[in-house]
Design a protein around this ligand. Sequence first.
Ligand SMILES: [Zn+2]
Ligand SMILES: [Zn+2]
Ligand SMILES: [Zn+2]
Length: 318
Amino acid sequence: VGELRKDYILDRWVIISTNRSKRPQQFKSAQKPVAHADPETVSHCFFCPGNEETTPPEIGRIEKDGKWSLRWIPNKFAALEPTGQQEIKTDNVFYTFSANFGYHEIIIETPDHHRQLQDLSPVELEDVIKVYQKRIEELMLKPSIRFVDIFKNSGEKGGTSIIHTHTQLMALNHIPKLVRDELAAFKTYKSCPFCDIIAREKGSYRRCFENDGFVAFAPYASRFNYEVWVMPKKHAKNLSEITDLKGLSEVLHMVLDKVKGLTDSYNFFLHYSPVDDFHFHIEVCPRIATWAGFEISSEEVINSVSPEDAAAYYRGEQ
Ligand SMILES: [Zn+2]
Ligand SMILES: [Zn+2]
Ligand SMILES: [Zn+2]
């Protein structure tokens, strides 16, 4: 049980979800040793083969040779629930809210307890992205769902609580503020700003990698140390409009492989438009620095690594 609440006056939103505080202590203790998991933990791991009955009932799976290679399930400790007041309402001017309505799911990316997403091959990664695509399409058809936020938490500073590699998905009854801001800014340009940005950044010191269909670059005003954006060169407003998932997984794999040389703590997430035109992208955020008072007070960030130096690292020049 919980609520989605808006700040008194700001366009700033919070999900109150006390369900997650019931998270058992065993998850907390599993938080630290992400890189070198104890083999013994496999028998206790909810996401490992053999323990399928310990998770909520499976939504879907991909099978290879009679065994699952990917599974997706409801989050046992969901921050969103598909019950209660679906639409956002305002009471007495200052209280804008709905239930914490939505779907909170887990995509288990591999049955292998000892590999992380950054260890998967581009071919394996392509299957993961196919599931992202499929699940966005399916959940966008559900009543009151306006946006499906797909994000990866890796490593301790990336906020992961379960070692076994997985992606989270939150299907929301609203478009999150950051995405709405990007969509609104996008509309103020005559043609797609991201198509023009790609054309410029491909020739800049911020370019990291590219293949035929995709480019990775360190954004001009990176918020995170070694932040990278992955974009299709051909204009596409969402993941469903992208046919070359092989090309996308190749470039994402190259980025994650380089992130691995820096830290196992990172987040990435998909930005797309559920309705209007936009330019799909993935933002990859290594979590090296800790945001503190200045960042929290101002929503401005001090980044100690220039995007130009970051890109040189990705290109293998440092
Ligand atoms: Zn496991
Ligand atoms: Zn574009
Ligand atoms: Zn974005």
